[in-house]
Design a protein around this ligand. Structure first.
Ligand code: AMP
Length: 628
């Protein structure tokens, strides 16, 4: 995977950049694939909030739809996974910001239906209610249900309304996925002040990145949850958390450990698991065994009239190949970042599955250093989000966290060229303006097509949207002054504004990416740009030569029309000969030939252009009655 950066900055905060904290807590939310949680800072310390029963701070990321359309979320929804799987939605984070096309490979893994019906191409979930009608929910709406539950939980804890939050996302989430997360927050009644990368939040939870001492440190965040694994390498450079590389496996986690135990028992005890109830029951027992073996050496349980045993050694032998796979990902992440294990200063453990002693030991052996595991691995991300929220509230002095954009943003210019306006790795929020003009006389419209990517030709990049600046007063080519502004906010939401200054005409658009590019695709786009750098340069040179040639052709023809009165027929004939040769070369794709023809025409017409100018000046002076 190519090296790319997204992320955050910890530096000095200016007074006016802090969000006022008056009257209201800003909360931190970890919207997870398996579990979600909300945390806040109390007397300088981040704490996760439990439900009214005081039991667990984890809210299972599960939404169940009752037949009347009402929902239950979390633990209350979990039981329906077995009994009403088609109406019980889990792992919705895997769907956020994705199109049906993105999900073709995985859609059959879910117990509910994923359909492709919507014009915005986002996935929806079909829920059959008892009145026989299907209802469709977007991943944004489903995530909002989980966020509403978290919001209610913290409001109950604080006894006041909460409307502002920081929400975390994986480092590899692209703009569409970040936007979808933000929209889910909005739908749940939350103003999402910032989207933060999970590994960055994890570092903050351990206090890494909060002081100048951490300058230049490199951090590995090993995150093994229930169903996903990822490792991110971060470096704190001039106060910025830079994501050097990420790697992982979107279908590897604690669930696979449970399955390994089930397989072990099934063969060892000759178990018949021929009903869904038995299969569900054995998985639950396997998970209990796994958790017990994180502290004990031995587990014994009853299943369907049989006594099942499992030792820690047997469990470890079963899961060792899975652990190995995660370490191979760590290796790849190091390679992509161009780092050795010895370059890593801190290793942070995140996700419930890192409680398995074998994992802690293997990861610390791999990096050759003790891992950070003093915080609850299920809570690390949320605690870090709460710290970030507290920073935004202005409660922590001297810390500011900013993002960086992972891919360049730009517009299409003549010849299909990409003109990057905000280059990748720019710190955001940012605002960049650039001046353009028209290429044709009397042009009254200008199409502004916005692209994301690193290739020189827009056709190779990803189109985010387009709009047309209309009502430009007709003027000769090159005269209108059109300014295009890109405003990119801290969550990668882009607003593009075009203004024609002479007339004051203005048009703007907010780009909301319609469907996602996966992390692999993003990496591919970057790799692509490197691998195609040479062909891209050639393509760009050709496109530029063509554009210039077309402009020169237009002015040459205009020149003949405007100066017919004094040009000799021989001169006109000669210009036309050069014009035809140039026009012919533009049809081909030999850049040198076009440039050669351009030069030929220019050499011949330059003295004539001077003469035309002299004549015009003379005529103008005469017209004004100035004496010769
Ligand atoms: P997460 O997605 O981070 O909430 O992780 C949940 C995963 O952690 C599930 O697969 C759990 O079975 C696993 N897990 C939770 N507690 C333990 C434990 N004590 N030992 C091993 N795995 C655990």
């Amino acid at each position: 995977m190519a090296k790319y950066s997204i992320d955050l900055q910890a530096g000095k905060v200016k007074e006016d950049e802090a969000v006022s904290s008056v009257g209201e807590t800003i909360v931190g939310i970890d919207l997870g694939t398996t579990n979600s949680l909300v945390a806040h800072v109390v007397e300088g310390k981040a704490v996760a909030v439990a439900g009214p029963d005081g039991k667990s701070v984890l809210v299972p990321s599960i939404v169940h739809f009752n037949s009347d359309g009402t929902t239950v979320v979390g633990d209350a929804a979990r039981g329906y996974l077995e009994t009403q799987p088609e109406r019980t939605i889990y792992s919705v984070k895997r769907l956020l910001g994705k199109s049906f096309r993105d999900l073709t490979d995985v859609k059959d893994r879910f117990g509910y239906r994923i359909i492709d019906e919507d014009e915005d191409r986002l996935v929806k979930v079909a829920v059959h209610s008892e009145d026989g009608r299907e209802r469709y929910y977007s991943p944004i709406e489903l995530s909002a249900e989980i966020l509403k539950t978290l919001k209610a939980r913290i409001e109950q804890e604080l006894g006041t309304a909460v409307s502002r939050a920081v929400i975390t996302v994986p480092a590899y989430f692209n703009d569409a996925q970040r936007q979808a997360t933000r929209d889910a927050g909005k739908l749940a009644g939350l103003d999402v002040l910032r989207i933060v990368n999970e590994p960055t939040a994890s570092s903050l939870a351990y206090g890494i990145g909060l002081t100048d001492e951490d300058e230049g440190r490199t951090i590995a965040v090993y995150d093994l949850g229930g169903g996903t694994f990822d490792v991110s390498l971060l470096r704190i450079e001039q106060g910025i958390f830079e994501v050097l590389s990420t790697n992982g496996d979107t279908f590897l986690g604690g669930d696979d450990f449970d399955q390994a135990i089930v397989d072990h028992w099934r063969t060892g005890y000759d178990l018949e698991l021929d009903t869904p109830e038995l299969r569900g029951g054995i998985r639950l027992l396997a998970e209990r065994a796994k958790k017990a073996l994180s502290t004990d050496q031995q587990f014994t349980g009853d299943f369907d009239g049989k006594v099942l045993n499992l030792t820690r050694g047997e469990f470890e032998n079963r899961v060792r190949p899975l652990v190995k796979r995660t370490l191979a990902s760590c290796d790849r992440a190091l390679k992509d970042a161009g780092l050795g294990k010895e370059d890593i200063d801190h290793v942070i453990m995140v996700g419930g599955s890192t409680r398995v002693p074998l994992i802690k030991q293997q990861v610390s052996d791999f990096f050759g250093k003790q891992v950070n595991d003093s915080l609850d691995p299920d809570q690390v991300v949320a605690l870090g989000a709460a710290i970030q929220a507290d920073v935004l509230a202005g409660n922590q002095q001297d810390v500011l966290l900013l993002d960086i954009t992972p891919l360049s943003l730009g517009i299409e210019t003549v010849g299909g060229l990409m003109d990057p306006i905000i280059p990748r790795n720019s710190k955001v929020p940012t605002k960049v303006g650039r001046k353009y003009t028209t290429s044709v006389d009397g042009q009254v419209k200008l199409k502004v097509a916005v692209y994301q990517g690193e290739r020189d030709m827009v056709a190779d990049n990803r189109k985010l949207g387009e709009f047309t600046l209309e009502n430009i007063p007709p003027m000769p080519a090159g005269i209108p002054q059109i300014e295009i502004h890109f405003y990119l906010d801290a969550d990668g939401i882009l607003r593009v504004k075009a203004t024609e200054h002479r007339s004051g005409t203005e048009q703007s658009v907010t780009i909301k990416s319609q469907y996602g590019i996966s992390d692999e695709e993003m990496a591919l786009m970057l790799m692509d740009s490197l691998q195609n750098a040479e062909t891209d340069m050639a393509a760009r040179a050709l496109a530029e030569a063509r554009t210039e040639a077309k402009n020169v052709l237009l002015s040459a023809r205009k020149f003949i029309r405007q100066n017919e009165s004094w040009l000799t027929s021989g001169q006109v004939h000669e210009i036309e000969r050069f014009v035809d040769a140039l026009a012919k070369s533009v049809e081909g794709d030999d850049k040198d030939e076009i440039n050669h023809r351009l030069e030929e025409l220019n050499t011949f017409t330059t003295p004539l252009a001077h003469e035309a100018l002299d004549r015009n000046v003379a005529a103008a002076m005469k017209g004004k009655g100035v004496e010769e």
